[in-house]
Design a protein around this ligand. Structure first.
Ligand code: SAM
Length: 193
């Protein structure tokens, strides 16, 4: 795989996302695909990748790649299903219940959902995250020369980890959710066959 053109807190988790792609996955969807960097990586594992983003300019500026189709769309308007669905730093752009209930229906039976998300820090329930700060600062300092990313709208997360877990328990039963370094959590869910 070619070297990444840039690094940031989202690219940091691309290898985790790729590790979640099942061996037999043929189709993939990346929601909030930005410049399509992850979609192009998914195309090394899947025959057909669709990336969608609500920002038409970022889609227009994205490089073309074989087996990758990028489209200007709101993921909540899609009605296909995919063997693997990914969402990196995008779920917090919509209300979490709305987002996870839509994602559930985009995953084909037996398929996998892999989310890298942001949550709203809570001073009490996230207190144990504080010891991780030196590690985050260390990685940021180590990688600062390669820092970059697409020019897209950013949004502060509005939901706490408790609210995200509650929405996942309702719509994605059995989802594995873990807080991670770089202010991110990962969520993995497999849709029953
Ligand atoms: C923080 S950026 C992350 C972009 C990319 N996933 C990355 O890791 O670089 C969030 C992206 O989600 C897109 N987005 C927000 N709401 C969306 C929606 N409802 N449907 C599709 N894309 C959406 C934004 O336009 C933006 O490109």
């Amino acid at each position: 795989m070619p070297t990444d053109p840039y690094w940031n807190h989202n690219v940091h988790y691309h290898s985790w996302v790729l590790d979640q792609v099942p061996e037999n996955a043929r189709t993939a969807l990346d929601i909030g695909c930005g410049d399509g960097l992850l979609a192009r990586k998914l195309a090394t594992r899947c025959d057909a990748v669709l990336g969608v983003d609500i920002d038409d300019q970022v889609i227009a500026d994205a490089p073309a790649a074989p087996n990758v189709h990028l489209e200007h769309a709101d993921f909540r308007d899609l009605d296909q299903t995919f063997d693997v669905v990914t969402a990196v730093a995008t779920l917090h752009h919509v209300p979490v219940r709305d987002g996870v209930s839509t994602l559930r229906h985009l995953v084909a039976p037996g398929g996998t959902l892999a989310v890298v998300g942001l949550w709203k820090m809570h001073p009490v329930t996230d207190f144990h995250y504080l010891p991780l700060l030196p590690a985050i600062w260390g990685i940021d300092r180590w990688r600062h020369r390669s820092y970059g990313g697409p020019s897209v709208a950013l949004r502060d997360p509005q939901e706490t980890m408790g609210e995200i877990r509650a929405a996942a328990a309702e719509h994605l039963p059995g989802a594995e959710i873990r807080r991670r370094l770089m202010w991110r959590y990962t969520l993995r869910w497999q849709r029953p066959r």
